[in-house]
Design a protein around this ligand. Structure first.
Ligand code: TRP
Length: 466
């Protein structure tokens, strides 16, 4: 561990930074949210526009964020303030990151609800392992209807949902309270490689069974008429969510990067790994959705409803199901840790409190909101907190937080970040940090200054009012 005099920690190596950042990016966003969003937004048009967003918007914004963090070497708002100060620009720009920290907190609260579902399925497969045995498929002697009823069964049980949610949150708090090198980095370095091995194995298996061809056609056939403003905003939002952008997450992690890390290259690795996992998750889940005749637009439950059906038909189904959900749990944990780290780092640096105390305070807040999100699926299903806004007319608390952060906070945060890095910050400072030369540098600069802010603004307005 390389702690500097100020008590500010750093990743212990470049690969630790990459693993932690990939760990932040790869998570429920890829496995759970991407397939659900793709299914709700018509498949191919969404997916291709999503890839376009990652390359043209996500990647440049990602580099902008880690760059701000690395220059500032502090929590996100403070890092922005330092870049502004070193550029003789108004320090008020830090508001862009303060908004982000708040949004990260909101995301954390509902992210841990979904993390709880993952824990539930780990329990389901673990107990099934004892009932069905190792050799055959999962859920021996139970019919499809019973398996399909698992998710609605969980959704209907508010108390269980809250318990699982708080359990997942508590595990996240444990690692964040331990700090960068002994907590966050440990999770990433040990769990991310394990995740990739397991995930690849299951996807390869899936490709040889199920309706693979139909899934490929569904995900990659581009139907221009389906590309509405709504779908475009959903795709940008998903790109940001998946890459942990627009809400201070990557700024926070960039702050723990050493001077000798090449940020341009690192950003490329993070974005490629993240996108590969999302597409593979789609190719893993949709063959099952089609084979089992599930609705593609069934929303948040999609991954959880489809996969158990596949595991029923697989040899060693209970074991593979258990391995799969364990792996999703790891991926989710490395992400929830980064969501909690952003507000926690801000709080303990700003108010000079102990890391553990800040973790507790932020965690307690996330618990309260998490309870409301857990109840959105049962007791509070008819509670639409922002029903006066057309976009959220009929969205429950959970979906409102999700939509609010992905469709407003993230694009707005990213637009401000681009303007700040592209126009406000000192060009030499930026040049010095980004690790790009020649054409790449010119391209990145043009994207950040012109393409990203303009395209994002258009999509945002189009999506909200179009
Ligand atoms: N990217 C993560 C995922 O795909 C979620 C996440 C982690 C995140 N940290 C973030 C999203 C910061 C926004 C901001 O699951």
């Amino acid at each position: 561990m390389a702690a500097s005099g100020s008590g500010h920690e750093n990743w212990s190596s470049r690969s630790a930074f990459i693993l932690a950042a990939v760990g932040s990016a790869v998570g429920l966003g890829n496995m759970w949210r991407f397939p659900a969003e793709a299914g709700e937004n018509g498949g191919g048009a969404f997916v291709l526009f999503y890839i376009f967003c990652v390359l043209l918007i996500g990647l440049p914004v990602l580099l902008s964020e880690v760059l701000i963090g690395r220059h500032g070497q502090a929590n996100a708002p403070e890092s922005v303030r330092r870049v502004a100060r070193d550029s003789n620009a108004p320090e008020g720009w830090s508001i862009l990151a303060s908004m982000g920290v708040f949004a990260a907190f909101l995301i954390l609260s509902f992210y841990c609800v979904v993390g709880g579902w993952v824990v539930y399925y780990i329990g389901v497969f673990l107990s099934d392992l004892f009932q069905s045995g190792v050799a055959g498929g999962a859920f021996e002697g139970r019919d499809t209807a019973e398996i399909k009823a698992l998710m609605p069964g969980l959704f209907g049980d508010g108390t269980l949902m809250i318990g699982l949610n708080l359990g997942f949150l508590a595990i996240t708090m444990f690692f964040v309270s331990r700090g960068v090198s002994s907590g966050i980095e440990w999770v990433a370095v040990y769990l991310m490689p394990l995740f990739f091995v397991l995930f690849l194995g299951i996807t390869i298996y899936g490709a040889f069974s199920g309706n693979f061809g139909e899934a490929v056609a569904y995900l990659f056939t581009f139907d221009f008429s389906k590309l509405t403003g709504d779908v475009m905003l959903a795709a940008v939002g998903q790109a940001f969510f998946s890459l942990s952008l627009g809400v201070a997450g990557m700024m926070t992690y960039g702050a723990y990067a050493n001077r000798n890390t090449n940020l341009g290259e690192t950003s490329g690795i993070i974005a490629s790994a993240d996108t590969a996992v999302a597409l593979l998750a789609g190719l893993c889940i949709f063959p099952i959705v089609f084979a089992a005749g599930l609705a593609t637009n069934s929303g948040p439950g999609l991954m959880f409803e489809s996969l158990p059906l596949a595991f029923q038909a697989m040899p060693f189904g209970s074991l593979i199901g258990l391995a799969f959900f364990t792996m999703v749990f790891f991926a989710a944990l490395t992400s929830s840790v980064s969501l909690l780290e952003a507000p926690t780092a801000w709080m303990f640096e700003k108010f000079k409190m102990k890391r553990a105390v800040a973790t507790l305070i932020v965690g307690a807040g996330a618990a309260v909101l998490g309870i409301l999100s857990s109840l959105s699926f049962n007791d509070l299903a008819d509670f639409y907190p922002l029903s006066f806004i057309p976009l959220f007319a009929e969205t429950n608390f959970f979906d409102t937080l999700d939509g609010l952060t992905a469709k407003l906070f993230m694009p707005i945060g990213a637009i401000l970040t681009c303007i700040f890095v592209g126009w406000v910050a000192d060009a030499r400072l930026i040049d010095d940090e980004n690790g790009l030369d020649g054409v790449l540098h010119q391209t990145w600069r043009a994207l950040v200054r012109f393409v990203c802010p303009i395209v994002l603004t258009v999509i945002l307005l189009f999506g909200l009012f179009g």
